[in-house]
Design a protein around this ligand. Structure first.
Ligand code: PGA
Length: 250
């Protein structure tokens, strides 16, 4: 019942010209991929090029962040949800671990940005995940619970219904060290149990939870074989058209 999503997170990679060139190669490779939604998140400056290049395709474009204020204002360096909507974005990634680690993102700001995304008509992909030392200390579920409670549980049920979650164990991001399908599935099951406790069984069955962290063409099949894994949030392997296409077409 849950439609899967393959999302590429380009982080701080590619120029506008490289963005256009990517989609020229990528789109023909995923033309027949109707089994999932395909989302690509380029840096802000390439959103216009990405939207133009994907206009007559099924690929949708995401931003990698947004500010929590939804009106124009004096916030140097920030980009608002309505601006992203106006440029043609349908989605936005929120609370990526790199933003939490390097840019002071907290559960509180994740919640504020998620509300801003929803008010702007954008579909948020909200990231959660434990750091290596937290996993090693046996705190994985406590951390996920904390991030869920602080960053998501404050939404009204009708708001939460429009959220996609990405479970991204920080120790697996960009390290080549993917979580095994079983480890990932355990975390997804745990998150689903939290959704059930807060928003009820029906919502828990409907919410899509993506896995992220060193997703590659050769491990996507095993991950997707887990019923609780509804897709991937792919960093490094989404930068190359053939590699991301083979993940989409797993
Ligand atoms: P990775 O990144 O696939 O390069 O590990 C995933 C992410 O950060 O979303």
């Amino acid at each position: 019942m849950r439609r899967s999503i393959m999302a590429g997170n380009w982080k701080m990679y590619k120029t506008a010209a490289e963005t256009t060139a990517f989609f020229e190669k990528f789109l023909p490779l995923v033309e027949k991929a109707t089994h999932c939604e395909i989302v690509v998140a380029p840096p802000f400056v390439n959103l216009a090029a990405a939207v133009a290049a994907t206009r007559s395709s099924r690929v949708e474009i995401a931003a990698q962040n947004l500010h929590w204020v939804t009106k124009d204002g004096a916030y140097t360096g920030e980009v608002s949800g309505p601006m992203l909507k106006a440029i043609g974005c349908g989605w936005v990634i929120i609370g990526h671990s790199e933003r939490r680690q390097y840019f002071g993102e907290t559960d509180e700001t994740v919640l504020k940005r998620t509300i801003a995304a929803l008010e702007s008509g954008l579909a948020p992909i909200v990231c959660v995940g434990e750091r290596l030392e937290e996993r090693e200390a046996g705190r994985t579920e406590a951390v996920l619970e904390e991030q869920f409670n602080g960053g998501l549980a404050g939404l009204a049920p009708e708001q939460f219904a429009r959220v996609t979650i990405a479970y991204e164990p920080v120790w697996a991001i960009g390290t080549g060290r993917t979580a095994t399908p079983e480890i990932a599935a355990d975390a997804h099951k745990f998150l689903r149990s939290r959704i059930k406790a807060r928003y009820g069984e029906e919502q828990a069955a409907a919410t899509r939870i993506l896995y992220g962290g060193s997703v590659k063409p050769d491990n996507i099949k095993g991950l997707m074989a887990q019923p609780d894994i509804d897709g991937g949030l792919v960093g490094g392997a989404s930068l190359d058209p053939a590699s991301f296409a083979s993940i989409v077409n797993f």
